[in-house]
Ligand binder design. Structure first.
Ligand SMILES: O=C1CCCN[C@@H]1CCCn1cnc2cc(F)c(Cl)cc2c1=O
Ligand SMILES: [Mg+2]
Length: 485
């Protein structure tokens, strides 16, 4: 039948796989970890891309495109940059039936592709800041359980790579980009995130510090890194000799940042907002915000009903909404209701004989299934308000659910208890790496170990004398811990 065979709160993994397929976002592919992104996915991606691309253009960041292929020498330029990553690098070793002289890597990220040219292009301080971004795919041949959008061997992202004369400029940009990531999640996907700083153990090993926006999936009790903005310091400048003559005529090394968000954002949206009827799309990223469905009645004036549908579509389209009518005559209204609910369309408009007679329409919300009869004369204004309200209620519901999962703990026992309750744990920590490693070791298990997710930039008050929950040493900062994707 049309409905889902799994319930979100009973079989989350199966529910998720079914929703992404039945909503026509994903088609499974014959290579494990690879997925077909159907138009229903690409339209969400393109709406977010349009926002982010316009914002970085305001920051004078320019788009470019570097090759997909990386020569081995360059990739292995700095072993500690790719130390643990080597197993996930995909290599081209043949063309046709003949072996390549030298195997070529497929980019897993583009630092080593781009930075030799940054070194060539940056000579003097007038060549700075150099601020480039690219929209592309990357390949990481991961082996842990592949999940559409969340963990795939190829994914789409943007990667920004910027170079500055001073650390101050780099520090400012890291946070400007982080704010854009928060806006993508909160203003477009209606998902609450925490802005924070990664621990030394969890940060990008090649960089100076990493900031991120962290989301949370209540059903699995796992945190998920939503996007990252790194300050690389001068580490890559040293590695790739990206230096310049500063204004005092001295040789100086550039200060760099790199930042990315990916199609993983879409998986988080499905997981957070989806329900047992299928996908629920936040209005801002819905390629169809309103679906108009005629409800013909045996001897009623079908033409009048269809005309009313077209009029409604035109009126709403002219007002800037993304609206379609489902006029197919080989599906019943009931079938269409389920179909468009599965696809997550935020608002449905039903038009039957009674509605035509009264010059009104019946509006049904996807998020709470509320049914509202609205006169045609005020429909545009009402639809505008309802879509804004749907976004806000999706956000508020997600935030309430996330906040209910947050447990503040002060002792190891409270920590373990909270972890067993699938919580997002906020704990005072001494900020020592060995202690973090110890927590990982002590919480190892088939559910995965607990780790630090981030230390929120917005720190709650830490009373004098507060002790670390794990080591008993003086706590230095509040940190979010939990299991993660
Ligand atoms: O997260 C970002 C923002 C955008 C640009 N890149 C950084 C760091 C990426 C880390 N990282 C992540 N995954 C990797 C996988 C690999 F196979 C290799 Cl060789 C390297 C890496 C790697 O450096
Ligand atoms: Mg990885």
């Amino acid at each position: 039948g049309l409905g889902l065979s799994y319930k979100k709160d009973e079989n989350f993994g199966e529910w998720y796989s079914e929703v992404v397929v039945n909503s026509e976002m994903i088609e499974y592919y014959d290579i494990s970890g690879c997925y077909i992104l159907r138009p229903w996915t690409m339209s969400v991606w393109e709406i977010m891309q349009a926002f982010f691309d316009a914002e970085i253009k305001k920051m004078k960041i320019k788009n470019c495109y570097f090759p997909l292929f990386v020569s081995p020498g360059v990739l292995q330029r700095e072993k500690d940059h790719i130390e643990g990553f080597a197993p996930e690098v995909a290599w081209v070793t043949k063309s046709g039936s003949s072996d390549l002289e030298i195997p070529i890597a497929i980019r897993p990220t583009s630092e080593t592709v781009m930075y030799p040219y940054y070194s060539k292009w940056i000579r003097g301080h007038r060549d700075l800041p150099l601020k480039l971004n690219q929209w592309c795919n990357v390949v990481r041949w991961e082996f842990s359980n592949p999940t559409p959008f969340i963990r795939s061997r190829e994914f789409l992202w943007q990667e920004g790579h910027t170079a500055f004369a001073t650390k101050e400029e780099a520090d400012v940009e890291v946070l400007e980009i982080l704010e854009l990531y928060k806006r993508i999640y909160e203003e477009y996907l209606a998902i609450p995130v925490v802005k924070g700083k990664k621990s030394e153990l969890e940060k990008f090993a090649g960089g100076l510090y990493t900031t991120s926006v962290e989301a949370f999936i209540p059903n699995t009790g796992r945190g998920i890194q939503g996007a990252t903005s790194h300050c690389l310091g001068q580490n890559f400048a040293k590695m790739f000799e990206i230096n310049f003559e500063n204004e005092k005529g001295e040789r100086a090394m550039a200060w760099q940042n790199s930042w990315a968000y990916s199609t993983r954002t879409i998986g988080v949206m499905v997981m957070v907002h989806g329900d047992d009827k299928g996908l629920v799309l936040p209005p801002k990223v819905a390629s169809v915000q309103v679906i108009v469905i005629p409800v013909p009645y045996k001897d009623a004036d079908t033409k009048a009903i269809f005309d009313a549908c077209s009029t409604t579509v035109n009126m709403l389209t002219e007002s800037g909404f993304r609206v379609e009518a489902d006029l197919r005559d080989n599906y019943s209204p009931g079938w269409k209701y389920s179909h468009w609910e599965m696809k997550g369309v935020p608002l449905r408009i039903e038009i039957g004989p009674k509605d035509v007679a009264k010059s009104q329409v019946r509006v049904v919300r996807r998020d709470n299934f509320a049914k509202i009869d609205i006169p045609t004369s005020t429909l545009v204004e009402e639809v505008k308000d309802i879509l804004v309200n749907i976004h806000q209620s999706l956000f508020d519901a997600a935030k309430q659910k996330r906040d209910e999962c947050i447990k503040v703990v002060h002792t190891w026992d409270e920590f373990v208890e909270a972890l067993n309750q699938k919580s997002l744990i906020l704990a005072p920590w001494c900020d020592e790496e060995d202690v973090e490693k110890d927590v990982k070791a002590r919480t190892k298990g088939d559910m995965g170990a607990a780790k630090t997710l981030c230390s929120p930039l917005d720190q709650p008050e830490l009373p004098e004398g507060t002790l670390c929950f794990a080591s008993g040493k003086p706590a230095k900062k509040w940190t979010y811990w939990g299991r993660s994707y």
